[in-house]
Design a protein around this ligand. Structure first.
Ligand code: ADP
Ligand code: MG
Length: 707
């Protein structure tokens, strides 16, 4: 029995019958918007272009910003614009030419001024729009300042002085004001939109309901309304992305069993005690424990190991692989390029001196005979450890007992390639997977980008790491000084990288520029030193030779394009000069710089570019990749705000990261809690949430999680 607010008194019949009822009828949102007859063909086409067909589409067409309404005072010659005005005077002018209907002339005004406008061929408007009528007019002002009306409609819109109105993404043929007017006309339909959030959660989060949030955004009543509405809709987006990711992860985890690698440490214990040439950092030790714990479960590990260049991820990777080997299983490490695969293979050898673990390298340039041998030994189980490229996931590569896969720079592998790797497990058992990335991202972004993985971070760099001084340099004097510094280092027996400008348009142009710079340096500034060239257009064999020469100390200077970005480990290299550094992004420069400072000597990084560049300044001031990632994110957000950035994060319509980080954290916790109680979203209070999830992420998002 319904009782009155804060009392035990039941309502009387009359009260109940008179209570406002809000019964949303979502079917009404499917009603079509006015078409060409009402709006004119151009505006109707423009709505099509914007994807606005129904009332529901219109309500979801959210304002991009708020700004001044267009006013009479701001109209300029040669433009077409929409204004909201009041009719002050209206009459007909006869037109002398025969067969033409009289022209209607009106004086219309808003709070900024008044103007005369002409309506053609519609004499009846004099009766329809008497003095005092509020009108929405789309007008065209010709080069002589004459204003003619191209579209008109009565409106209840009031635009007071200094009114801020919602500004909508518009299109050729319909402007923001006109969309606003349509929106106002259909505002009552927000009552028909559905509330996807369960009431209990919405109350606990103190969020307005969805219809209220939409109203607050479209037709705000207070100054705080738009932001309040935006936050509510942002919460929805973030909650849905977390639900989708957490469900995907649960599905992956339950979908396949993995070999349980919980046996005692023997080989790994000995290796950590006697074989490893240095003590582990605390972060590395913790990462080993995370991995060990994952491997001992019967579900496949899905862990992301994030650690910037030089943080020592390979040790963690090798530990995971050796845990498989010591229990009679196989491990594979997959890298995105041949150079990286080779480097990993070499690092692994140096990390386990004296351990006779049979290991092999398999890449696209492995000879046919060698390849046949490796494939045979992988299939028989004789080979415990393999390092390679995509070559590892080709169909004819079969493993006897694959249990652990390490994927380096995971974002470079597509979903299908990872699935192919999963299928290489033994029978129905999927391998455990450790993903590694050197691209540090703040936790908030990680929740969105890698929300379906467990995370381990290596923050601490191994002890004894040498400082890298970074300078932004420009001008001839600094350039001359830079080459002098490079020559000093080279004379002292060190090596240097010279990184050529990024040429986005074409690999071929980039290669050409790199070659020219290589020749110039070889013949002038660095004459007498051994200079080698490396770029993306060289044959794999040539690249390998250049790299090998540089790594072995057979070359003093490596002139390269950004192909040296990841993985190259040459501890003797102590200088890096980057040309036109402002063309690179922060994280790319940080990665590049990670190629130096890896040995026992202090290092120097010279970034040629404008001194005032915020990005270059950030690089000069910080070496912590997580800090730089945060700065990068902030700079990009600012770029978006002032409109210099063309393509924003298209993933969200409303949510803004990092600003909405606290909201994201809350959405994450809520999503986890919802799925804990109701993993399939089967409860009635989750039905609309499930529907919203499928609408955004497709029906796959609702695919069941295996028991
Ligand atoms: P990443 O792959 O994360 O860039 P690596 O695993 O290649 O880093 O390690 C970088 C260098 O640091 C290697 O030469 C490695 O031998 C060394 N290294 C790794 N861990 C330690 C440690 N705990 N102490 C000293 N040196 C280490
Ligand atoms: Mg590495």
């Amino acid at each position: 029995m319904p009782v009155q607010f804060a009392s035990a008194e039941p309502f009387g019949d009359a009260q109940l019958a008179g209570a406002p009822v809000r019964l949303p009828r979502p079917s009404r949102l499917g009603a079509p918007l006015p078409g060409a007859e009402e709006l004119g063909p151009r505006a109707a086409r423009a709505l099509e272009t914007l994807g606005l067909r129904t009332v529901g589409d219109l309500l979801e067409h959210l304002p991009r910003a708020r700004g001044e309404a267009r006013t009479i005072a701001t109209l300029r010659r040669g433009e077409t614009a929409t204004v909201i005005v009041e009719v002050q005077k209206i009459d007909t002018r006869s037109v002398r030419r025969r067969g033409m209907k009289p022209r209607v002339e009106a004086t219309v005004a808003d709070h900024t001024g008044s103007t005369r406008v002409s309506f053609f061929n519609q004499p009846w408007l004099v009766q329809r729009y008497p003095r005092g009528t509020r009108l929405l007019l789309t007008v065209r002002i010709d080069e002589r300042g004459r204003v003619s009306v191209t579209a008109h409609a009565p409106t209840d819109l009031q635009v007071a002085a200094e009114a801020q109105v919602a500004q909508y993404p518009a299109s050729e043929g319909i402007d923001s004001t006109r969309i606003l007017a349509l929106m106002r006309e259909h505002r009552a339909a927000v009552a028909d939109t559905l509330e996807p959030l369960p009431a209990r959660m919405r109350a606990a989060e103190r969020l307005p309901d969805r219809p209220a949030a939409l109203t607050a955004l479209h037709v705000p009543a207070t100054e705080q309304d738009p932001e309040g509405g935006r936050r509510r809709l942002a919460f929805d987006e973030l909650l849905l992305v977390q639900l989708a990711l957490l469900r995907r992860r649960a599905r992956r985890e339950r979908g396949a069993a993995a070999p349980r690698l919980g046996g005692p440490r023997e080989l790994t214990a000995r290796w950590l005690r006697d074989g490893l040439p240095f003590p582990l950092t605390t972060d590395q030790a913790n990462a080993l424990e995370d991995v060990d714990h994952d491997l001992a479960r019967t579900h496949p590990m899905q862990r992301l190991l994030m650690g910037e260049v030089g943080s020592g991820k390979t040790v963690v990777a090798l530990f995971a692989l050796l845990r498989a080997v010591e229990q009679g299983w196989q491990g594979a490490l997959m890298a995105p390029t041949e150079t990286l695969a080779e480097q990993h293979f070499a690092t692994i050898q140096t990390l386990m001196p004296g351990e006779a673990v049979p290991a092999a390298l398999l890449t696209g340039s492995t000879t046919a005979a060698r390849r046949a041998d490796v494939l045979g030994k992988l299939a028989s189980g004789e080979l415990g450890l393999v390092v390679g490229t995509h070559a590892l996931i080709e169909p004819d590569v079969r493993f006897a007992r694959l249990a652990v896969v390490v994927v380096d720079e995971q974002h470079r592998f597509g979903v299908r390639q990872r699935a192919a790797l999963d299928a290489k497990g033994r029978g129905d058992l999927a391998p455990h997977v450790l993903h590694m990335t050197a691209t540090p991202i703040p936790r908030t972004l990680a929740l969105v980008e890698h929300g379906d993985l467990d995370h381990t971070v290596l923050r601490e760099l191994p002890r004894g790491r040498q400082p890298i001084e970074t300078y932004v340099a420009s001008g001839e004097r600094e350039r001359a000084r830079a080459y002098e510094r490079i020559r000093e280092e080279l004379r002292a027996g060190r090596q240097a990288f010279v990184v050529c400008p990024l040429v986005e348009e074409s690999e071929a142009l980039q290669a050409k520029a790199a070659r020219a710079e290589f020749e110039r340096l070889r013949d002038t500034e660095l004459k007498g030193f051994r200079v080698v060239l490396m770029h993306g257009q060289l044959r794999p064999r040539e690249k390998q030779e250049a790299m090998a020469a540089f790594a072995a100390g057979g070359a003093d200077v490596l002139v390269a394009t950004s192909v040296i970005e990841v993985g190259i480990d040459v501890p003797n290299a102590t200088v890096m000069l980057v040309e036109d550094a402002e063309r690179y992004g922060i994280s790319q420069l940080h990665q590049l710089r990670g190629r130096i400072g890896r040995g026992e000597h202090a290092s120097l990084c010279l970034l040629f570019g404008p001194k005032e560049s915020a990005r270059l300044k950030a690089l000069a001031a910080h070496r912590d990749g997580f800090r730089l990632a945060q700065i990068d994110l902030e700079l990009r957000r600012q770029g978006e705000l002032i409109g210099t950035r063309q393509h924003g994060d298209a993933r969200f319509r409303v949510a803004l990261l990092p600003d909405d980080a606290p909201l994201l954290e809350r959405a994450h916790l809520r999503a986890a809690a919802i799925l804990r109680d109701d993993p399939e979203l089967e409860r009635p209070e989750h039905a609309l949430l499930a529907q919203a999830l499928a609408a955004v992420y497709g029906p796959e998002a609702l695919a069941p999680i295996p028991a």
